[in-house]
Design a binder for this molecule. Sequence first.
Ligand SMILES: C[S@@+](CC[C@H](N)C(=O)[O-])C[C@H]1O[C@@H](n2cnc3c(N)ncnc32)[C@H](O)[C@@H]1O
Length: 224
Amino acid sequence: MQREIRTTSDGSKTLYISDLNENYHSHHGALQEAQHVFIDNGLNLVNDYEINILELGFGTGLNVLVTIDELLKTDKNHIVHYFTLEKYPITEEEFKNLEYGSFFSKQKVKESYQKIHECKWNETTEILPNFFFTKYHCDFFELKNLNLPKIDLVYYDCFGARVQPDLWEKPLFELVANTMKPGGLLTTYSSKGSVRRVLLDLNFNVEKKAGPPGKREMINAIKQ
Ligand SMILES: C[S@@+](CC[C@H](N)C(=O)[O-])C[C@H]1O[C@@H](n2cnc3c(N)ncnc32)[C@H](O)[C@@H]1O
């Protein structure tokens, strides 16, 4: 499938798949969306000292970078174990052309961009002190075969239901829910009614939050 690089409204770039007419991020601003959905309504709501994060899917690595950037801002010195799944990795040329390092002022974040793309799949790498990163080259449904610790925070960042409806239905949410701790938070850019109903059915507390630029609402779901 052909992917091309596009610039979004906040100046940050994203990938676009023309066959699907689908972007990896909001065209209203890739960086703003990642910050709003996964940091302001995700990481910053978790108070534990040690945090296990699960991301579906890794894609360009932007969510990893906003996470590292945020962790470097706080003085809490969290220990983070970040697990991410990806079936269709981007190429070296693509990650270089996205130039995400240039959107962050901290040298450690810039260096992390190369490290998260170049480290080995299916192995844990300490990208920065206390930031342990494992990217799995696999299908989301293989989650059930991975031996993950119980997860505190899920970044649910699949392509939209228009192009991959099965990723927004009960079987995958159930697998994800089974990885999570009670009290764990799932955050996603989606605000679909059918997604809210599936999450309620799986015994999550579901909250509608204000969405990122260009989107009225998004979902936070807390596992009971
Ligand atoms: C919306 S993009 C993710 C964006 C990513 N978080 C980022 O910041 O770039 C969805 C990702 O899911 C991956 N994907 C699609 N179907 C998948 C599947 N069945 N299993 C694993 N990964 C899949 C895509 O290749 C893509 O990288």
